[in-house]
Each structure stands twice: as structure tokens, then as C-alpha cells.
Design a protein around this ligand. Sequence first.
Ligand SMILES: CC(C)(COP(=O)(O)OP(=O)(O)OC[C@H]1O[C@@H](n2cnc3c(N)ncnc32)[C@H](O)[C@@H]1O)[C@@H](O)C(=O)NCCC(=O)NCCS
Ligand SMILES: Nc1ncnc2c1ncn2[C@@H]1O[C@H](COP(=O)(O)OP(=O)(O)OP(=O)(O)O)[C@@H](O)[C@H]1O
Length: 228
Amino acid sequence: MLIFGLTGGIASGKSTVSRILEELGCPVVDADVLARRVVEPGRPAWRAIVGHFRDEILQEDGTINRERLGSIVFDDESKRKTLNRCTHPYIRREVLWELAKHFSKGSSYVVLVSPLLFETKYALHYMRQTIVVSCTDSQQLSRLMARDRLSKEEAVKRIEAQIPLSCKISWADVEIDNSGSRLETRGQVQHLVENMKRLSHCRLILFRTLIAVFASFMFVVFSFFAVS
Ligand SMILES: CC(C)(COP(=O)(O)OP(=O)(O)OC[C@H]1O[C@@H](n2cnc3c(N)ncnc32)[C@H](O)[C@@H]1O)[C@@H](O)C(=O)NCCC(=O)NCCS
Ligand SMILES: Nc1ncnc2c1ncn2[C@@H]1O[C@H](COP(=O)(O)OP(=O)(O)OP(=O)(O)O)[C@@H](O)[C@H]1O
């Protein structure tokens, strides 16, 4: 199974692309979705977070107040590192589990959506290709401010908590330019899916050819011993 890593900057359009991929029937594992699952009340990451950040980041129903925790960790790098230590090992475990499920279902490829793919370098060596979702710096800022109702100062802090989008663009194998309309992005994603299918198909043919060559070789060896 080939793994394609999809990343980008905060609010550059990863979820938008991820939704289009799912609509096109593409297998997707989204680390942001899993990151929400691991902090459900009572789970180990939730306990670790409450241990470090105390009850003030909890809502009445015991769930984490993400807005409050976000404003704490994007204001202070050491607290963000602490949060990462509380969550990342559990997110990695969930990612592995989801990938294993796709593998056991016989998927020939899967797209792993991971905002911090280049920051954490997690499983980077296993990616057949890395894909970055890009937009202009001013679009990133305005889209983030509008979506999360943040001031310019708060939004800039969140953008600066990650490797600059321009670096990610230069490191990735493929770029999905999300600076145009959603329809234009959709066209690029359709092209991407065709390419991922082609690559995984080539791998499948190579794998089957190797099996056939190995089986033929074993047949010749057994025939030789049977005759002699
Ligand atoms: C800080 C939290 C509480 C903010 O929650 P909120 O609902 O407002 O945002 P959401 O989870 O949807 O994340 C939005 C985006 O913020 C960025 N982001 C989130 N966490 C981080 C981080 N630790 N470092 C840098 N950027 C981050 C990512 O681009 C992500 O796509 C939350 O993101 C969190 O618990 N983060 C720690 C886990 C993590 O690293 N997740 C991202 C990678 S899987
Ligand atoms: N092509 C586009 N044109 C206009 N708005 C867009 C476009 N693509 C995405 N947006 C909007 O920009 C915002 C950010 O997009 P999205 O949530 O997909 O980004 P993201 O990279 O997943 O963000 P995060 O890093 O926070 O998870 C959303 O409000 C979305 O509706």
C-alpha cells in the first residue's frame, strides 16, 4: 500500500482538499480528526493534558476547551511543546491503526493528511510522495482570521508556530494551489487522484511480476530435484 502525505500551513486548505478526496472515493486518514479523538474525556492524552494544564482548560461536561487551550499554547512555545508531548504519541498510534485498517481492507494507496508532516517528520520516509496545499500568505492570514474569528495578532502567532508555507512548498513533491476558486482546486485534486492511482497500479504490477518470477524459479528448482 502506498502512502501519500498531504500537508500545508494552518488554514491553507488541507481539510478542503481532504473533503474533495473523500468525495472522489479516495482513502484518507486525517491526523487532525484523530487528534480530536485522542483527547476525549478519560483517554490517556486527556489525562496528560489535564495533568499539565489543570482544570481551567476543561468545560463543564469534561471535554477540553479547545479555544482556551489554543490561546495558551499558541502564545507560548514551551507550552505547545508540552501539549505535543501529551498528544503526539497517541495520535501516532491512532494513525498507525487507521493505516493498518486500510491495508487489511486491501487499499492500494492511502492519503495521510498531517498538518505537521514536515515539523515532526513522522513516517516521512514511508511516503511515496508528499503533497502540499498552498495559498498566498495574505489569503492564509485572512482565511484563518475569518474561520476562527481571530485577531491579526492571534492568527500570526498560529502561522508562526509552524514551518513557513514557502519552505513546505519547496520540500513537497506535489503542490495543490488553493489560491484560486474551490472549483479550480477540485480540478487539481482530480488530477492528483489519477496520478496516485497510476503510481499504486504500477507498484501492484511490479509486485505481481516479482511473485510470478519467484514462483517460476521455485518450480524449476523443485522440478530439477524431482528429476535427479
Ligand atoms: C491547540 C488545539 C487545542 C487547538 O484546537 P482547535 O480546535 O482550535 O484547532 P484544530 O485542532 O482544528 O487545529 C487547527 C490547526 O492548528 C494547527 N495546529 C494544531 N496543533 C498544533 C501544534 N501543536 N503546533 C502547530 N500547529 C498546530 C494545525 O495546522 C491544525 O490543522 C489543538 O489543535 C490541539 O490539541 N493540538 C495538539 C495536537 C496536534 O498537534 N494537532 C495537530 C497535528 S495532528
Ligand atoms: N479555495 C478557497 N477559496 C476560498 N476559501 C477557501 C478556499 N479553500 C479553503 N477556504 C476556506 O479557508 C478556510 C481554511 O480552509 P481549511 O479549513 O480547509 O484549511 P486547513 O488547512 O484544513 O486548516 P487547519 O490547518 O486549521 O486545519 C476555511 O474557512 C475554508 O472554507
